[in-house]
Design a protein around this ligand. Structure first.
Ligand code: RB5
Length: 148
């Protein structure tokens, strides 16, 4: 599994923690920035991670900003991205199983490191169930393409 990760300056510290946490699991993770705590703009990193996932080079993405909200809104503007902002693990699990989410977002001002770890674990271990859910994913894709 290959993971693309990104954050703004507010999410930077929590992102570093999560990178170390994921590397311990022998999962390949690439940091698309930002690379320090200098003020910057979250759409830059949302776009980089989203495009890395849509390209097929990465299996999933993780984004961190202050709340996870801005960076998830930006990521969802990229065709093919289903980014979910989570503050607890159950939603992260179901986002994978039911919504086939391909990017996870959370906020460093909202959750601490152990909750972030639990959310990441839930997201990375759950699998899309397909079946009855596929019809709804197809409808989302149609909205994205202006076909519905
Ligand atoms: C940056 O100040 C902050 O707005 C950003 O990290 C995020 O919380 C936006 O949703």
């Amino acid at each position: 599994m290959k993971i693309a990760i990104g954050s703004d300056h507010i999410g930077y510290g929590l992102k570093l923690h999560i990178i170390d946490y994921i590397r311990l699991k022998n999962i390949v993770i690439t940091d698309f920035g930002t690379h320090n705590e200098e003020r910057t703009d979250y759409p830059i990193y949302a776009k980089k991670v989203a495009e890395a996932v849509v390209s097929g080079e990465y299996d999933a993405g993780i984004l961190v900003c202050g709340t996870g909200v801005g960076i998830s809104i930006a990521a969802n503007k990229v065709d093919g991205i289903r980014c979910v902002v989570c503050s607890e693990a159950y939603s992260a699990k179901l986002a994978r199983e039911h919504n086939n989410a391909n990017v996870l977002a959370f906020g460093s001002r909202v959750i601490g490191t152990s909750t972030a770890e639990a959310i990441v674990d839930a997201f990375l271990t759950a699998e899309y169930e397909g079946g009855r859910h596929q019809k709804r994913i197809d409808m989302i894709t149609k909205i994205e393409r202006g076909e519905m």
